[in-house]
Design a protein around this ligand. Structure first.
Ligand code: C5P
Length: 219
């Protein structure tokens, strides 16, 4: 069975998708981490983030691996552990530019479909239900208010010792949502057969339980 979880920035997709995968003993794939990894590599190699042709060349020798580890799987790019680096603001605030490039979308979509071919999977992102796995049996579109998403990101940042004001976080979330929803190729949008789940007033456990209920209903 394939479970697609899409939604805007910081809606809690990864946290929830990881837990659902664990409960079901399914593979988990964080597609946002893949676009972040491409962005990190392009920044490191000094490639213009909107240069589709050069990004396509870079992807010819772009080795990306997810390695199981506790508490979170590691993201390895060309042999380098980038798990933490791909979450830095420099990457977060520029990833939408890279993810809008045609060659990047094509390549990542192929790789994601290959990963999904390996077995039962929970995959989270922006275009999983619409483009990557349109045949997924259960599709969830996870949303929450901008304010609530900024609060969650703020708390996460504080726990990591990062200082960013609420106003800045709200602006960053709104900007990224706008760019992801307005790009030409597979923009962020709810698939017609996806279930809308507003998590504004729900905690993580409640969201996970609701998704597991939807999956049970399908079975
Ligand atoms: O999910 P996360 O916030 O880590 O995603 C980072 C970025 O990767 C998104 O803002 C979006 O630009 C891009 N992305 C995408 N398609 C996906 C997953 C992520 O374009 N399926």
């Amino acid at each position: 069975m394939q479970i697609a979880i899409d939604g805007p920035a910081s809606a809690g997709k990864s946290t929830v998708a990881k837990l659902v995968a664990k409960r079901l003993n399914y593979i988990y794939c964080d597609t946002g981490a893949m676009y972040r990894a491409v962005t990190y590599a392009a920044l490191k190699q000094g490639i213009a983030l909107d240069n589709d042709k050069v990004l396509a060349e870079m992807l010819n020798s772009f080795e990306l691996k997810f390695v199981p580890a506790d508490p979170e799987q590691l993201v390895i790019v060309n042999g380098e552990d980038v798990t933490k680096k791909i979450r830095l603001p420099e990457v977060t605030n520029q990833v939408s530019l890279v993810s809008a490039q045609p060659s990047v979308r094509k390549e990542m979509t192929h790789r994601q479909q290959d990963i999904a071919a390996a077995g039962a999977i929970v995959m989270d992102g922006r275009d999983i239900g619409t483009t990557v796995l349109p045949q997924a049996e259960v599709k969830i579109f996870l949303v929450a208010s901008v304010h609530e998403r900024a609060v969650r990101r703020y708390k996460e940042n504080v726990s990591k010792g990062i200082e960013t004001s609420m106003a800045t976080l709200e602006d960053e979330i709104k900007t990224r949502d706008y760019k992801d929803s307005h790009r030409e190729i597979s923009p962020l949008t709810q698939a017609s057969d996806a279930i809308l789940l507003d998590t504004t007033s729900l905690n993580i456990t409640e969201v996970v339980e609701k998704i597991l209920e939807f999956i049970e209903e399908y079975e």
